[in-house]
Design a protein around this ligand. Structure first.
Ligand SMILES: NC(=O)c1ccc[n+]([C@@H]2O[C@H](COP(=O)([O-])OP(=O)(O)OC[C@H]3O[C@@H](n4cnc5c(N)ncnc54)[C@H](OP(=O)(O)O)[C@@H]3O)[C@@H](O)[C@H]2O)c1
Length: 305
């Protein structure tokens, strides 16, 4: 099968022929249509998560999958060949990822592909959608809350805004000024990030906010702490040190039920996936450069087949 491999930390990703993956007893082999691109993919390939995850080289990157079940393991009853599925396929070790024609996925990480989403959209949903969903849960966001979403126009933020709005929360979202219209289209009240953020948020919410999500780090965390009544409702996906301030750090977990809920929201017309760009698998280096620019809107995905 064709797959992207990274031979050593810091080496460029390259497409080559690789052996077909094994199918474990509780695992499904998925023929990948679209693999989502997430910042963590190139961070892992650069060795930046080597101290916290067992990463084996050469490595096939990618944790976001949308595709069709090719084979199932001997103990799998939930899925059959031909089923259309999505997955956040992070296993306990990192080696056989989604940037490939075939990928092994444990049953616990799979869900049915939402009917309302194209393949392109489905491939961009799992990791960032679950990260948004689990961050909102960690911050206990409920109907009637006002929530600040820092980095609201990126992959995760675009989902967090929509899920919070669907929950009945009021959302204030940060992005560059050029993205104010995009944030409004998702249902957020836009504010520009950078110096003066606290004052701009207070102009919209003089009492501050009930909860805040950080998808950027640094200044977003300090502003969130200043604006939120209780630090325990400030959640970061970026900086574990937030715990020292009384906040919560989330590292997104594989979650079948969460994926199914995201699918229901999509099929109910409450959640859409904005894909900024789809590139062929062979253009993986370009996809990573785009992601590394730090200014993409919504998702970048790779078309595999
Ligand atoms: N812990 C976890 O489980 C987990 C899970 C998912 C993601 N993450 C991390 O969360 C972060 C966000 O991920 P993502 O996929 O959403 O990234 P992304 O899509 O690459 O984010 C791009 C967005 O960042 C915005 N941005 C740039 N500078 C900003 C600033 N100073 N303040 C606020 N927003 C700014 C950009 O808006 P403009 O173009 O307007 O500048 C752009 O829309 C990454 O660091 C990622 O590694 C962690």
């Amino acid at each position: 099968m064709k797959a992207v491999t990274v031979a050593a930390f810091g080496e460029p990703p390259q497409v080559s022929e690789q052996p077909e993956p094994k199918v474990g007893p509780d695992t499904v082999l998925v023929r990948v249509k679209v693999a989502g691109v997430n910042p963590v993919d190139w961070k892992v390939a650069a060795g930046r998560l080597d101290s916290i995850l067992y990463v084996y080289l050469p490595l096939i990157p990618g944790w976001d999958v949308a595709g069709v079940v090719e084979k199932v393991g001997a103990a799998v009853t939930e899925y059959a060949p031909g089923d259309e599925v999505i997955a956040y396929d992070r296993m306990d070790t990192v080696q056989h990822g989604a940037y490939a024609e075939l990928v092994p996925v444990p049953v616990r990480s799979l869900a049915r592909k939402p009917a309302s989403l194209s393949w392109q959209q489905a491939g961009g949903l799992p990791l960032a959608g679950l990260a948004a969903y689990q961050s909102l849960q960690a911050a206990d966001v409920a109907k009637g809350d006002t929530v600040l979403v820092n980095n609201a126009a990126g992959g995760v933020g675009s989902f967090a805004v929509q899920i919070a709005v669907a929950t009945g929360a009021r959302v204030i979202g940060t992005a560059g000024e050029a993205k104010a219209g995009y944030l409004r289209s998702l249902g957020a009240e836009p504010v520009a990030y950078g110096e003066g953020l606290v004052q701009r948020v207070r102009a919209l919410a003089p009492e501050g906010v009930d909860a805040a999500l950080d998808f950027y780090g640094g200044e977003a965390i300090s502003a969130s702490m200043e604006l939120t009544k209780s630090p325990s409702r400030v959640v970061s996906l970026v900086d574990p040190a937030i715990r020292e301030l009384g906040g919560r750090y989330v590292f997104v977990r594989p979650d079948h039920a969460g994926l199914a809920e995201l699918g229901s929201l999509s099929d109910a017309g409450k959640l859409t996936v904005h894909v900024e760009q789809e590139l062929p698998l062979t253009d993986v280096a370009e996809a990573w450069q785009l992601s590394q620019s730090g200014h993409t809107t919504g998702k970048i995905v790779l078309r595999v087949s």
